[in-house]
Design a protein around this ligand. Structure first.
Ligand code: NDP
Length: 511
């Protein structure tokens, strides 16, 4: 414990000597809680404890694990408002937005309970005519110990969904939350310990800064799931490469939304203002750039500007968006707005004055150059850049030309699916925004600089298990007891037979 008052650094508020994570209540700026920092020893001990329970956890079988997951869900539901208060305090988002995270995690557990066995249970696969009399099947084995390094923007839902999938797949898991929001990780673990007292170490939490994340990776994880910035994602992937530890990377995004000439503009403006501003724009899938076809551009700008002006930032119950909990984010948002304005954009809402010391209010930038930082780099703030395009072809080219490829949205009455299918991204919502993130059955992840691997859905469950394939002999082999000693000409005959079958399939003449 340090007796010194916490100081504000680029990383937020931390103890003077870095031996503790000290969080602030975002509503007041006052100290909220202290958490001791885990180092290499603690990380090694956590991994060892996790490994020792991973076998018994897997041995429970799907139904046994489902029972424990249901008990965990019950504990989280009972203490839901406590979780909401923690998220509200450490992240700063409005209480109802925090409730969305708690509701979401409960739904994720439900999905895992109902689907883990169907997705990860034993699956028979067809036998092969080349090796007859062999039964073949696949079983999905857990990796063992999964590390989850989480972000601060959705401190419960983002790492929580991954933890649920990892645990439901039969792994033990260790969370390293962001230093900005450690409290909710502790809440998850407390609920687990109450629900599953016989196997408490199946879910653990290690607090600390980047070094704690590094120590966790070095402690012999069998898989890592990382959510955060592209830069740290690359560092983490390089570290994992040293031990060939498989890694899921959920990194940033620069999500584009296309507004076609036949869009319902009222609907588009309503959903896009939410998709861009909710959670103070702190979302890897926040809509950051709207590519709007010129015939509807001005009308769209008018509608979205009217709506954006009404979005209130604050800490009280009436506020729609909270503060910016990561101090280093503020200058990034300011720089993106300044750069867009310098390149000729105008702000119909907000602008440089929207960027305060702790709060940033909505900004809508129009006439933004496609080269501006607000179009090319993740802003992670309540800003929307509007780019006028000739047609949807141009809009598609812009979206596909970026280095990210996470989420997206399309607004069009008649061509939504056609346009969406041409986007090289992980997810697209048609005539709505962000909804793919809310359904636990929908796989979630990106391409390019947005990372690789998937959480959520069947792919999310399989992400945390590896296929173990089996074949079992059920009768005599085709030619001989072993593959040596085949009768002369047997393989030539087999090849000729296959060739003739293929030719016959296309109606060609066979020998
Ligand atoms: P980081 O990528 O730095 O942090 C994400 C997580 O990784 C945190 O838990 C962090 O710990 C941990 N970490 C940091 N360094 C290391 C390391 N070397 N090894 C292992 N773990 C490490 O993101 P920030 O929170 O600093 O946010 C910066 C930017 O990242 C934002 O501006 C935004 O653009 C993007 N971002 C994207 C998110 C997304 O959802 N895709 C989520 C959050 C941020 P600690 O908190 O202690 O530093």
């Amino acid at each position: 414990m340090t007796n010194n008052a916490p100081t504000i650094t680029r990383d937020g508020v931390i103890g003077q000597d870095g031996s503790e994570v000290v969080t602030v209540d975002q509503a007041t700026g006052a100290e909220f809680a202290r958490y001791s920092v885990a180092g290499k020893e603690e990380a090694a001990a956590a991994v060892a404890a996790a490994r020792s329970v991973s076998g018994p956890w897997w041995d429970l079988g799907f139904e046994g694990r489902a029972e424990q997951l249901r008990a965990w869900r019950r504990e989280m539901a009972i203490s839901g408002e406590e979780g909401v208060a923690l998220i509200h305090a450490e992240n700063g988002k409005p209480l109802d937005e925090a409730r969305v995270e708690v509701l979401g995690i409960l739904e994720h557990v439900q999905y895992a309970v109902e689907n883990a066995e169907r997705v990860l249970g034993r699956r028979d696969v067809p036998d092969s005519p080349t090796v007859p009399n062999q039964r073949a099947w696949v079983e999905y084995q857990p990796y063992g110990v999964v590390g989850v390094i989480g972000p601060w923007n959705f401190p419960l839902l983002t790492p929580g969904a991954i933890l649920v999938e990892a645990i439901a797949a039969g792994n033990a898991a260790i969370l390293k939350p962001s230093q900005i929001t450690p409290g909710i990780g502790e809440w998850l673990v407390r609920a687990w310990q109450r629900a599953v007292p016989d196997l408490p170490d199946v879910l653990q939490c290690l607090n600390g800064f980047g070094a704690t994340g590094q120590a966790l990776i070095e402690s012999g994880l069998n898989k890592l799931a990382f959510t955060g910035s592209v830069a740290t994602g690359k560092t983490v992937a390089a570290q994992c490469a040293q031990t060939l530890t498989p890694v899921l990377l959920e990194l940033g995004g620069k999500d584009g939304v296309i507004v076609a000439e036949d869009a319902d503009l009222d609907e588009a403006a309503r959903h896009i203002v939410w998709g861009a501003m909710q959670n103070t724009g702190h979302g890897c899938i926040s809509l950051e750039v709207a590519y709007v076809v010129e015939s509807v551009h001005d009308a769209f700008v008018e509608k979205i500007s009217d709506l954006a002006k009404q979005v209130r930032a604050g800490s009280d119950d009436a506020a729609e968006i909270g503060p910016v909990p990561l101090p280093t984010q503020i200058p990034i948002i300011r720089e993106h707005i300044r750069d867009a304005l310098d390149r000729g954009a105008t702000a119909t809402v907000g602008g440089l004055d929207a960027v305060g010391e702790r709060y940033v209010t909505p900004t809508v930038l129009v006439g933004v150059s496609p080269d501006a930082l607000a179009v090319t780099e993740e802003t992670f703030g309540p800003t929307l850049a509007v780019v006028k395009v000739t047609d949807t072809e141009e809009a598609i080219a812009h979206v596909n030309g970026g280095r990210y490829g996470l989420g997206s949205a399309v607004f069009s009455r008649d061509r939504g699916e056609d346009i969406a299918r041409q986007l090289r991204v992980g997810m697209t919502s048609i005539n709505d925004a962000l909804v793919f993130s809310i359904n636990p059955a929908v796989p979630f992840g990106g391409r390019g600089d947005s990372g690789y691997g998937r959480k959520q859905g069947e792919e999310g469950l399989r992400e945390f298990a590896y296929p173990h394939s089996f074949t079992a002999k059920t009768g005599p082999a085709q030619f001989s007891a072993t593959t040596f000693g085949r009768p002369a000409g047997a393989m030539a005959g087999a090849l000729a037979g296959v060739r003739n079958r293929i030719l016959a399939e296309s109606g060609e003449k066979t020998d």
